[in-house]
Structures are given as C-alpha cells and as structure tokens.
Design a binder for this molecule. Structure first.
Ligand SMILES: *Cc1c(COP(=O)(O)O)cnc(C)c1O
Length: 372
C-alpha cells in the first residue's frame, strides 16, 4: 500500500505557516544548565515584572467556588466595566482568550482564500500566522527605520485586501506611529478594508503625539482596536484581551467567538486589575527608569538599540545574535532572539526589575568582553 503523507492534505495556508516559537520556560532551562529556578532571569515575553495588582489575587480567590460552572459566556459584567473605562457601549466590545484570540477572530471573520492582509516587515508574528491559517495571503511592506511605513502600507492595499494589521507600538521593534500619520492613513483607507490597530503596549507610551485610536471609533466604522491584559496589567497567564470596534463589527466577531473563550478566573482578574490604575502607574514608572538604564548600558557597550515605546527594547549585537543569546542562557538569563522577525543581529530584552536588568547587562557585558 502506498504511504500517504498527511501533511500534504492540510489546508495549504496551514502548510505554509512558520510556527510561533515560544521562549524556553524557566523550569526547563533550570534543568538544562543545573541552576536553581530562582536564580534564572526571564526577560523574554514582555510581562509585568511587578506581577498583577494584589487585588487580582483576592478577586480570583473569591470566584474559586464557581469552578464547576461555565463562565459567563457574554462576559456581561466585564464588558460593562470595560465600556465604562472606555466610555463606549458594551456592544462594541469583543472579549478574547488573550488578544491573540481576538486577532484570530478578526482573520476568521474578514479573511480567507482569495483575500489578503497588509502588514509591515518586522511586525508582530501573529499577524502572518492568523492571516495564513485561514488561507489568506500576507502582503508585507518594507519597514522605515524599523517602524511601520504607513504610506507604503496604504499603497500596498489591493482589491482583495480586507485587513491591515498595525501594531502601535510594534513588538519587537518598539516603534510607533504618531497621531497625524495614523489618522491620515485611516482617512485614506478604503472603507471595505478593516484597520486593526493593536495597542498591546499603550499603557507604557508617554509620547504626546501617540494616538489612543479607540477615540476614533465613532469616525471609522472599519476600525478595530485591540487591547490586552497580558502586559501592563500583569495577567499574561490568565489569557484575556479584547477588541473595541463598531457594534456591527463586534456582532460579526462575536458570531465566530467560542461562547466560553474567557474563563471565570480571567474575567474576575481583569475587573480587579482595571480597578487598580495606581498599580499600572507604578509599572509604567519602573519601566521608564529601567528603560533608560538599559539604554545607557547598551551605549557603554557601543551597541545600537531601537528607541522603544513599550516595556522591551531591541538591541543590535553587531553580529549574529544567536551565539550571544545561547551564552546568556547558559548564564541563566533568558532574552528573545528575533531572527524570525528578520532581525538576526538583534536581541529583544523585556524590561524587568532593577536587579534583573542589572544582571542582564552584567552578563551581556561579560560575554561581549570575553569575545575580544
Ligand atoms: C504581547 C502582544 C499581544 C498580546 O497577546 P495576548 O494574546 O493578549 O497575550 C498582542 N500584540 C502584540 C504586538 C504583543 O506584543
């Protein structure tokens, strides 16, 4: 009997996907290098080094008694709370199992075979994944000084384009587009193309020219803004994010959303986290101070870095970054190689606690000096 390669029978978009590479868990590295887990530093996934607000733990404990029940499928209380926060209607909100889930919902709603999505070089890795998983093609425009070139992106929109993915700020470059540039881009964009503005790091941005594009929802019925609780809110492990859009788009997204995609603990955690904006502020201040420290550390090593509006920074090692990444891991410091983003010489480093950042710089210095 002839053997059959089942790979050939998967949808062609899925066959072409370049899988997402998650960072190595602390426990795995600890085993590999024979180091205590507590001595390992992970600055690889842009999480909040302070963890979530103390109110989150309390709120989550208080709903443990409901664990045998399905969650509220409509996330009614959470959406009401978010609607207050954003001064919008709850019907404009779509919740997701992380904002990644929301990106997938958008792709399943607006993309498929014979359609395309426009995105920038070096943009967040999930955009091509979500696009190709549903059979659509990715149109990638060259970056401008590591950031999105919105003129190039507008020019790349084809007749079959239905989605434009914009990360503002972008991961892994930390670049952002300003208010005027984004607003004129949206004005130019055909109304039958959905503009997705992914604001996963908005809480960290301190530039006055940076746009909170959720304020433009009334003006652009084809705009979707995504937000997450994974970064500044410190809830990455719970998996919760959401989209803000017109009610029409939210209604469409909610048709393909799994009814129980956001679990009970995540809903409780998110509401408690929203109520503690002081905690977010502490994280933002820590990030500001420590970002400067990292930049100065790189300067002292003569390394170029990309100015970042997020809670991470990509630094140019001036050579293939993989050997340096490996050497750092052997010293117990996990950062992120970004070769899969077309940035083979860069490492992306999340801003951690002061001691973690200092140790990261020490280890990087030791490795680079050791090579000379
Ligand atoms: C981390 C990140 C997200 C958030 O993903 P979640 O699924 O909400 O954890 C979204 N967009 C970008 C650009 C990110 O870096």
């Amino acid at each position: 009997m002839a053997t059959c390669d089942i790979h050939e029978y998967a949808m062609s978009g899925v066959q072409g996907i370049n899988p997402y590479q998650p960072g190595k868990p602390i426990s795995t590295l600890a085993r590999e290098i024979g180091m205590d887990e507590s001595a390992i530093i992970k600055l690889a996934s842009n999480e909040n080094p302070l963890g979530p607000s103390a109110k989150v733990t309390e709120a989550v404990s208080s709903v443990l008694g409901e664990q045998s029940r399905y969650p509220d499928g409509g996330a009614v209380e959470l959406r009401d709370r978010l609607a207050q926060h954003h001064e919008c209607n709850p019907a404009q909100i779509t919740v997701g199992n992380g904002s990644n889930d929301v990106l997938d919902l958008i792709a399943r709603t607006f993309l498929g075979e014979g359609r395309s999505a426009v995105m920038s070089e070096h943009a967040f890795a999930v955009y091509p994944l979500s696009t190709q998983a549903v059979g659509a093609s990715s149109v990638v425009t060259p970056a401008k000084e590591w950031g999105h070139d919105l003129d190039a992106m507008a020019g790349a929109v084809r007749d079959d384009t239905r989605v434009v993915w914009i990360a503002n700020p972008n991961n892994p470059t930390g670049s952002w587009v300003d208010s005027d540039a984004l607003h004129s881009f949206l004005l130019q964009l055909p109304q039958d193309v959905v503009a997705v503005v992914d604001e996963a790091y908005i809480e960290f941005v301190e530039d006055d020219d940076y746009p909170d594009s959720s304020l433009w929802l009334g003006q652009f019925p084809n705009l979707i803004v995504t937000r997450t609780f994974s970064k500044a809110y410190g809830l990455a492990g719970y998996r919760i994010g959401y989209a803000l859009s017109s009610e029409t788009i939210a209604d469409l997204l909610n048709r393909v959303r799994q009814p129980f995609n956001v679990n009970t603990l995540a809903q409780a955690a998110a509401m408690a986290a929203l109520d503690d904006q002081d905690h977010i502020q502490r994280g933002v201040e820590l990030n500001r101070i420590e970002m400067r420290k990292m930049e100065q550390g790189f300067d002292q090593l003569g390394l170029k870095w990309i100015p970042s509006a997020g809670n991470f920074v990509s630094v140019d090692i001036g050579q293939s970054a993989m050997p340096v990444f490996d050497a750092m891991q052997r010293e117990g410091v996990i950062v992120r190689p970004v070769g899969n983003y077309g940035m083979a010489n860069h490492l992306r480093i999340s801003i951690g606690l002061p001691d973690e950042n200092s140790r990261c710089l020490q280890v990087l210095t030791k490795i680079l000096r050791g090579q000379q």
